[in-house]
Design a protein around this ligand. Sequence first.
Ligand SMILES: *Cc1c(COP(=O)(O)O)cnc(C)c1O
Length: 393
Amino acid sequence: MLKLPVYLDYHATTPTDPRVVEAMTPYFSDRFGNASSRQHSFGWIARDAVELARRQLATLIGCHSREVYFTSGATESNNLALKGIVSASTKRRIHVVTVATEHRAVLDPCRVLQDLGVRVTVVQPDQDGLISVEVIKRAITTETVLITVMTANNEIGVLHPISEIGALARSHGIVFHTDAAQALGKMPFVVEDLSVDLASFSAHKIYGPKGVGALYVRRRANVPLLPLIDGGGHEQGLRSGTLNVPGIVGFGCAASICQSDLIDERKRTQMLRDRLLSGLEYRLERIRVNGSLKHRLPNNLNVAFAGLEGESLLAGLNDVAVSSGAACTSANPEASHVLKAIGVPDILARASLRFGLGRWTTSEEIDYVVDKVSSLVTRLRELSSITDDDQVH
Ligand SMILES: *Cc1c(COP(=O)(O)O)cnc(C)c1O
């Protein structure tokens, strides 16, 4: 039996895996200790649990557990990476390179740094949403201290050439950061293979709890990094504050489940994603995939539907949970900055849907969504006054 509404917004957040909830539960009750309490077993038990979680995440990303720093999420990790590198820099003039399609959690801190006098170059991707190593290379100056490029985009799922950019940064002695919140657990992400110095992760994107994340900091890079939060010297002095033990335990457990399921899950979600696309293409004309289909997360699809008003598209999909290319937050009903950056006209961006598939997506759900979306789009097109000429791609 199909359970409604169908959830296809796994890029926004994922449900916490029941195994993760089970692993976390004792740390709210019996094992409630403070991981910094050194003088009794309550503290030791909490600390051991945190260290196990650190090893679980370190194993997934192929690093030493001392290189993993727990935070409140990928937003904090990005802020710590960007602001931390800049504030630790002894250079008089500082330059940072980023990309127009980054998450707000990278672009907003960059804007703050810019207001503080840092020079920021925002590189534009091509029409497929991809950036090339050459484009990044051209942006580098003698003042560049940091390059930040996300591994996988949260709206169009495209995968940037991270290992090449990492190698480029390393050859210039520039610190390389990547926001890997969407990539973690969905594709192999091994920091050494990618030449990454700093990487941000979030538990709630990999079936862990909300409010926990991590920053990987490569030890051998000797990255000078200042904390955002001081007070107590937790996490090797980089992120003070009593550790969120249940959350961290859940993050570790979620990472370890991803590790064992990765290969199968990747195949399964990609098959369902392809079924979704071919279903829509079979039923509808004048649709177009936003972003490269080839260099893409297995669980993402982002489609523009020509010839209708975007507002009515989401409104008509009451039992399918997806995001549109209109509002990243409902308070901000503008066309997505990502779709804008890859040259999608506003009117088509607003008539775009982002489908994010995940661990509990079934083929029945996909077939239901294909049917729902196709009939809705057909109906809206009959009613619409928009012609194709209004929205040349
Ligand atoms: C979800 C997400 C974030 C924010 O992560 P939080 O843990 O919710 O702060 C940052 N970057 C990307 C690419 C994301 O998908």
